[in-house]
Design a protein around this ligand. Structure first.
Ligand code: COA
Ligand code: MG
Length: 308
């Protein structure tokens, strides 16, 4: 561990990831105005089968022509077993996206297959090898949850894991994915925790699933806050109205930053006296608390840079 005043490298900010149906030109045009950190142009569930081919071309042209206003440019392709995924990659790579979101992953073999395809497409389009990023929807199949650590480690392109309950629910034959009080039944709670742990263990962004009732701001805020408190760094979104709430929740509040600054100051003084563990506000503080405070400060700084 370095001295407490060293700030870690500024983390990339991926608080909000807004899905936009890939064949809906009106919503695509509106996407960048929402203020999301990432836009996910969807070729999968938001596009009916008869529009899949046309949607690829619309997404390619949107990537080429639209000003994303600094948002990360992502495409969600169709699952490998549909036979559509390779064409999705081939057509849309011509628009040079920043990365892809991969649904219904099952194992590390799926990830390696996509990784190899992208390596070839990068060579053909003159992009640096390995530059296209991947975010995995890592809990949509039961196999994925059992393989999640290997999925997370299968490609150096991987930079995020998102958990989601609806496709998992279908796959296991669950009749519902929420209890009456909005909490998660055990199996979904397990999937969510597995995603968080696998992402933390492999240095990836742990991402919470979207909240579908886009009229329920209080419900969204509650769910997002709970996710942020246990370590998720961002959350999917389906509607522009959700973005300001998510962006606010996934950066530390002014009070949190002030507390972190005060703790770091105390740590600097304690270090100067040769103490790595010390008493602060009546309780013991040592490396994990100090590291958490450093992360809070770094994250707030990145958020300020993104929004200024
Ligand atoms: N991206 C960009 N713009 C969006 C948007 C989105 N995801 N969702 C809504 N908008 C736009 C609408 O086009 C509308 O624009 P306008 O004011 O210029 O007419 C405005 O925001 C308000 O939308 P609203 O009328 O409240 O919603 P809607 O009935 O048009 O759409 C949904 C509701 C759920 C169909 C829409 O939000 C949507 O398509 N979400 C994404 C779905 C998706 O991709 N799912 C797959 C991942 S889970
Ligand atoms: Mg789905």
């Amino acid at each position: 561990m370095g001295t407490p005043e060293t700030t870690p490298a500024a983390p990339r900010l991926r608080r909000s990831l807004l899905w936009v149906p890939g064949d809906d030109e009106k919503k695509l045009a509106k996407g960048p105005t929402a203020g999301a950190d990432a836009l996910v142009l969807d070729l999968e569930d938001a596009v009916v089968p008869s529009h899949k081919a046309k949607a690829r071309e619309i997404v390619r042209d949107t990537l080429r022509d639209m000003d994303f206003q600094g948002a990360e440019r992502l495409v969600r392709i169709n699952p490998l077993e549909t036979g559509l995924a390779l064409d999705d990659l081939t057509v849309t790579m011509a628009g040079a996206p920043d990365g892809y979101m991969i649904p219904k992953v099952r194992s590390e073999d799926d990830v390696r297959f996509i990784d190899h395809a992208l390596t070839n497409l990068e060579a053909m389009s003159g992009r640096p090898q390995g530059s296209v990023r991947l975010i995995m929807l890592a809990t949509e199949t039961p196999e994925a949850i059992l393989n999640i650590r290997r999925i997370a480690q299968a490609s150096l392109r991987s930079s995020g894991l998102m958990w989601a309950s609806e496709d998992l629910s279908n796959a296991i034959g669950a009749r519902r994915s929420r209890n009456d009080d909005g909490s998660l039944p055990d199996v979904f709670s397990f999937a969510r925790s597995a995603c968080l742990l696998a992402a933390a263990a492999t240095g990836m962004d742990p991402l919470d699933m979207p909240f579908f009732d886009f009229h329920d701001d209080a419900g969204l805020e509650r769910e997002a806050r709970e996710a942020a408190e246990i370590g998720f760094t961002g959350k999917g979104a389906i509607h522009p109205n959700q973005i300001p709430i998510i962006n606010r929740v996934f950066v530390p509040s002014d009070e949190e930053v002030e507390e972190a600054d005060a703790l770091l100051l105390a740590a600097t003084e304690a270090f100067a006296q040769g103490q790595a563990a010390f008493v602060y506000k009546g309780a013991m503080v040592d490396a994990p608390h100090i590291n958490r405070a450093r992360k809070i400060v770094a994250r707030a700084k990145t958020a300020k840079e993104r929004t200024s």
